[in-house]
Design a protein around this ligand. Structure first.
Ligand code: SAM
Length: 278
């Protein structure tokens, strides 16, 4: 594998930061080299140096999104960490449904949804436990920076390894069809999720006020100011009694005092301080 020079390393770090807000520490040379190696081959370059030279000479040549895509972590799984989904089912949805009577219409945003396992887990949970919300009463908007990963999410096609991670066998049997070596999620679940491309670090597309926001395992990649600016915008988007879910290693503490953590079992979710908690 080609070693990246300090100058190229600085260039790639700046480029990734400008286009995704992802902060790569200077000691991440190995990560950049290993993640860009397949792209060097696919795009027909002889070396990493050649790929970076092509980017420098013409940053608009289509390579840029592929480089950001290759460097981004898309790690996800069905019902990742499990306990946030339990909290959603046993606390959050019952609380919001009681408050939204009689219409009980709810909207949720699944930000940084990667290849779709997170929003589809929520859609399956609704199907199983809140069937009355299926059919448009709970709108699920799912966004990600990467068009390539969203194309995968829209397809809803998963490998055996992906369905083995976190998906109960009964839900696999009920909501997926076998297609060759893969499993395709059935269209009634697929149709419950609206996928859109959106960069969290740039102005967001117009979105309705949210009852729930899942923004898990993405703030961790950003610098302090980006995290603060995203939380400030969530403040205006989340309804006063809405719920924010972050990843288990993420928090609003020391970033935005408007949010207060609410612990339920193993899960910590966040509410706006002015809201009356249940
Ligand atoms: C580690 S995955 C998290 C997936 C899922 N939320 C979960 O917890 O399993 C992080 C995702 O954030 C997306 N991402 C990174 N930077 C982003 C940005 N600036 N705007 C929107 N999405 C971004 C990546 O494309 C990737 O799919």
């Amino acid at each position: 594998m080609n070693a990246i020079s300090p100058r190229d390393m600085t260039y790639v770090r700046d480029l990734v930061r400008r286009h995704s807000a992802i902060v790569l520490e200077p000691d991440k040379a190995y990560l950049i080299e290993t993640r860009l190696a397949p792209l060097v081959q696919q795009a027909g370059f002889a070396s990493l140096q050649e790929l970076i030279a092509a980017l420098r000479s013409n940053p608009a040549n289509g390579l840029l999104p592929k480089v950001v895509e290759a460097i981004t972590t898309h790690e996800t799984s069905f019902f990742r960490d499990l306990h946030p989904f339990d909290t959603l089912k046993t606390q959050v949805l019952p609380d919001l449904l009681a408050k939204r009577r009689p219409a009980q219409n709810l909207t949720m945003w699944c930000a940084a949804c990667s290849s779709g396992q997170e929003p589809f887990s929520i859609a399956m949970l609704l199907h199983e436990s809140f069937p009355a919300l299926v059919g448009g009463r709970l709108r699920i908007i799912a966004t990600d920076l990467s068009s390539a990963i969203l194309a995968r999410a829209r397809e809803g096609l998963y490998s055996q390894i992906e369905v083995n991670r976190g998906l109960p066998p009964a839900l696999l049997a009920k909501h997926f069809d076998k297609q060759g070596l893969h499993w395709r999620i059935k269209s009634d679940i697929r149709r419950m999720v609206e996928f859109q491309q959106s960069n969290l670090a740039e102005p967001w597309p117009p979105m309705p006020p949210m009852d729930m926001i899942f923004m898990r395992n993405v703030l961790i990649y950003f610098g302090l100011e980006t995290k603060k600016s995203i939380l400030a915008r969530i403040r205006t988007l989340l309804k006063p009694d809405g719920y924010l879910f972050l990843g288990t290693s993420e928090t609003t503490l020391n970033l935005d005092a408007a949010f207060e953590p609410v612990s339920t079992g193993k899960t910590v979710c966040y509410k706006l301080r002015s809201a009356k908690n249940p």
